[in-house]
Design a protein around this ligand. Structure first.
Ligand SMILES: Cc1cc2nc3c(=O)[nH]c(=O)nc-3n(C[C@H](O)[C@H](O)[C@H](O)COP(=O)(O)OP(=O)(O)OC[C@H]3O[C@@H](n4cnc5c(N)ncnc54)[C@H](O)[C@@H]3O)c2cc1C
Length: 428
């Protein structure tokens, strides 16, 4: 029995089916079928229909004997191995996989539950957004609170419908807790160039209501300014969706506590994906990893364990990707916002202000530790190999074109990167 039909739960089910003839049921409350959460923005922007975001045809599930049940699980009784569904139905399990994902954070702001205030996580959030912000007649201005990856997606979505957006970002520069300053500042300019009213170093104080219980304005903490708006997007991060497990006896921290085998403290109950929290991060990784591909890897590992080949989750080298309006971002290995001890950053930026890279090197050995690239698409498998081979940054820079996705384009920037790198190493 798997709760959650996101990437983690569905990957587990698919791999259990590949390995065995076990009975598999996926219960999920959000949608009948698995869809790609990362593509939600493209539905609103009109690039895709909901149907296009479903990775598998609807006949796939029956053909593969994966039973789907649309319901919310309200509670778990692990002594009886029972689940109670909303509506009172009881289901039993032999082994239970919790793949229940995340929920949007709210930090107790006055007015956070008014109509017109919402996050962006679920399919229902997207439906709500269609109601709250169908066009710039109904929604004359939106305020987005929280400068992370979902906030910038929401800004792009609303901008695509010509809805003016004010973007309140607590940090002094966009996503600078994660990105080195050169990258973060380039994004500040890119966001503003896309006509988003970016307010750095600003927090939400409260959301004001009209007499119908709808948001009509926000007050900014730092300035006291009142900004009229029809939509408030709360995109201040996500956290594991575990409230329904409070009295279950399953060990909880910020998420559902698991060991490297993704086992909880209760026999035959496992947790994977956004909702799982490792007791200790594996190989320097964060204990909770709320990204798409790690959910998939956890699902693959857990299917092995459930099919009697006990296998730890082994995430390999960190990578991730995102898009900031027109600028694609990829990261391989570790590049922190500030170089840590015995680390050096090499930063190169193109004069057009939409492309840059930062390479992190172990200072004492010259070993390549990671790269961030913006506006230049790189090949994952090449960087993964170089990280495994513990190549030097000298080697990586000299062979950078091997990793590039678009060699014709890369020819144009390669000499500039090389010259900058050689300049830096000569000067060092
Ligand atoms: C707008 C947006 C953009 C994103 N973009 C990226 C990106 O570009 N790259 C990236 O790596 N990651 C991205 N992410 C994060 C990524 O989508 C998640 O890490 C991933 O979807 C998590 O998968 P999951 O299977 O763990 O959980 P989920 O996809 O959240 O699935 C969990 C499911 O379980 C259901 N559920 C929860 N509790 C219950 C219950 N009690 N009973 C029944 N059902 C329940 C939920 O309704 C949900 O359908 C994005 C997320 C969002 C919201």
């Amino acid at each position: 029995m798997i709760i959650g039909n996101g990437i983690s739960g569905v990957t587990t089910a698919r791999h259990i089916r590949k390995l065995s003839d076990k009975k598999i049921t996926i219960i999920s409350g959000e949608t009948d079928h698995f869809f790609s959460r990362t593509a939600l923005m493209y539905i609103y922007m009109g690039h895709m229909k909901y149907e296009h975001t479903k990775p598998y045809e609807d006949y796939f599930w029956k053909k593969n004997r994966i039973e789907l049940k649309r319901a919310f699980v309200e509670s778990i009784n692990h002594q009886q191995k029972e689940l109670r569904l909303s509506g009172g139905e009881i289901m039993t399990y032999d082994k239970l996989v919790l793949a229940v994902g995340s929920k949007s954070n709210k930090f107790g702001w006055p007015g956070q539950d008014l109509k017109g205030v919402q996050g962006l996580y679920s399919f229902q959030d997207l439906e709500q957004l269609e109601k709250n912000a169908p066009n710039n007649k109904v929604c004359k201005r939106a305020v987005i609170v929280g400068g992370g990856l979902i906030g910038i997606e929401l800004a792009e979505m609303l901008h695509a419908r010509n809805i003016p957006v004010t973007f309140l970002v607590r940090e002094k520069s966009f996503w600078n807790g994660v990105l080195p300053i050169g990258e973060s500042e380039m994004l500040n300019r890119h966001i503003s160039n896309n006509h988003i009213d970016l307010r750095l170093g600003m927090n939400l104080k409260e959301i004001l209501s009209d007499d119908q219980g709808r948001a009509r304005a926000v007050i900014i903490q730092e300035t006291g300014e009142e900004l009229a708006c029809d939509l408030v997007g709360l995109t201040t991060g996500v956290s594991p969706n575990i409230d329904f497990l409070k009295d279950s006896g399953i060990e909880l921290g910020r998420g559902i506590k698991v060991n490297p085998f993704l086992e909880t403290n209760i026999k035959d109950i496992y947790a994977i994906g956004d909702c799982a929290e490792q007791h200790e991060g594996i190989n320097g990784r964060r204990p909770i990893e709320a990204v798409w591909y790690t959910g998939r890897m956890m699902g693959e590992a857990l299917a092995q364990t459930i099919c009697s080949n006990r296998t730890p989750y082994n995430p390999g080298h960190w990578f991730n990707s995102a898009k900031f309006f027109d600028i694609e971002y990829q990261t391989y290995g570790w590049v922190f916002a500030q170089p840590r001890e015995n680390e050096t950053h090499f930063h190169w930026k193109h004069q057009d202000d939409t492309k840059c890279i930062t390479i992190c090197t172990e200072t004492s050995s010259g070993k390549f530790l990671g790269i961030n690239t913006f506006g230049i698409r790189m090949r994952h498998e090449v960087f993964d190999r170089w990280l495994t081979e513990a190549r030097s940054t000298d080697y990586v820079v000299a062979h950078l074109k091997e990793a590039n996705f678009d060699p014709e384009f890369f020819k144009k920037v390669e000499s500039s990167i090389l010259a900058a790198y050689q300049g830096q190493t000569v000067n060092a």
